[in-house]
Write a protein that binds this ligand. Structure first.
Ligand code: ZN
Length: 396
């Protein structure tokens, strides 16, 4: 084992580790450009990290468009550490384990009643993480941190607000509680924010600066990534698009307001609407399946949802002028059955300059987006750099 003195935790080293962890495998040239460090400094630091087994070379699978020798990428070694993402939905739990080189190495998804069962849900999340680690012959000491997504706005202390969005969790701090169970650092964010982050880094908004992720499922939320950073707002409620008022005299919403968008296009609203027409459906997946089979009522409902969502998205496009709006959540399985009317409405109702510069696309990461965003929270957290090194430098 190389001694700690041989590799002091200098500022350039810290910077290089942060960039490599946040951006994933990079060529030496890109690593130099992203850190601003000289070629010689990068080479020296990488040699030290290689001796510690922290970094490795990987072939560039994208290859060279010019047909030359494939570029070699610098990546974190397989044993450098792991990052865990957890998505606690209202009715599901998904856990994804990634290595620090941005490769998913294990994952699990299961149905779980989360709202009103906070303790049981967190216990289950902890046990699923342990099971996945055991399956990899690893344990919690290999994990740099956990990123947790919750389907409710979180304030700056990570506490679920008293907004009736997730009633069983109000006043609780899911990250703190999971941290106590795991004895690992846990970061948390709203699930739509994490979906936005993942789509902006790995998905449909890749290489785009301004991305809005629209999550349409039981509830409706939006995550907003501007210049690579999640927009939270002062109290953590930025992007609560499902609770924008679309009719003054509509029904009363769980948020306490009246006439919210969610009451028109959320999963339960669609199910109710179809039941009134005599069609029995259990939820959004049923509606999508029937629509695909040609059911006229379901096709009509989905087309109308696209139009209603499109109006909300048009307003959002006017306000934020994003380059990409990513359509995600359960309803995104409907694809073009919703997107066609959604796009048409955006073109009709947003100001022409904003409407012409936005692309409205399907999620590339599907129902894994939120948990992958949790992984990214960990990979992008600079505070985890020193932990990585102290682990590598610890006496065997
Ligand atoms: Zn509401």
């Amino acid at each position: 084992m190389t001694s700690a003195a041989a590799l002091p935790i200098s500022e350039p080293l810290q910077l290089l580790l942060d960039v490599l962890r946040a951006r994933g495998p990079l060529t030496r040239a890109d690593l130099g450009a992203a850190t601003g460090l000289s070629r010689t400094t990068v080479s020296g630091l990488l040699a030290g990290l290689r001796r510690l087994g922290l970094v490795d070379d990987a072939p560039d699978s994208a290859g060279q468009p010019t047909g030359g020798r494939p570029a070699t990428l610098v990546t974190f070694g397989r044993d450098a550490g792991l990052a865990v993402g957890v998505d606690l939905g209202r009715r599901h739990l998904r856990v994804i384990v990634s290595d620090l080189g941005h490769h998913v190495v294990a994952e699990s998804g299961l149905r779980l009643e989360v709202d009103g069962h906070a303790d049981a849900a967190l216990d289950r999340a902890a046990s699923v993480i342990d099971d996945l680690l055991a399956g990899l012959s690893r344990d919690r000491s290999d994990v740099l941190g956990v990123g947790l997504g919750v389907p409710a706005p979180l304030d700056r202390n990570g506490v679920v607000g008293s907004s009736n969005i997730l009633p069983g969790w109000v006043g609780r701090s899911p990250a703190h509680e999971l941290q106590q169970r795991l004895e690992l650092p846990v970061l948390s964010d709203n699930d739509a924010n994490l979906g936005a982050l993942a789509e902006a880094v790995w998905g449909a908004g890749r290489d785009v600066e301004q991305v809005v992720y629209l999550k349409v499922a039981t509830g409706i939320g939006a995550g907003i990534v501007l210049g690579g950073r999640i927009l939270h707002g002062v109290g953590g409620t930025a992007g609560e698009i499902g609770h924008t008022t679309v009719t003054d005299n509509g029904a009363v919403c769980r948020c306490g307001n009246r006439g919210c968008l969610e009451l028109l296009v959320g999963g339960p609203a669609l199910v109710d609407e179809l039941r009134q027409s005599g069609l029995s459906v259990a939820g959004v997946p049923d509606i999508v399946e029937l629509a695909r089979a040609g059911d006229a009522g379901c096709l009509r409902v989905l087309a109308d949802v696209g139009d209603r969502l499109g109006l909300a998205v048009a307003n959002l496009v006017n306000l934020l002028n994003p380059e990409v709006v990513v359509f995600g959540g359960d309803l995104s399985a409907a694809g073009e059955l919703v997107l066609t009317t959604l796009r048409a409405r955006v073109q009709r109702s947003a100001i022409p300059a904003a409407a012409s510069s936005v692309r409205v696309v399907s999620s590339a990461l599907g129902d894994r987006a939120e948990a992958l965003g949790g992984v990214l929270l960990v990979l992008r957290e600079a505070a985890f750099g020193p932990r990585l090194l102290s682990r590598a430098l610890a006496p065997a």
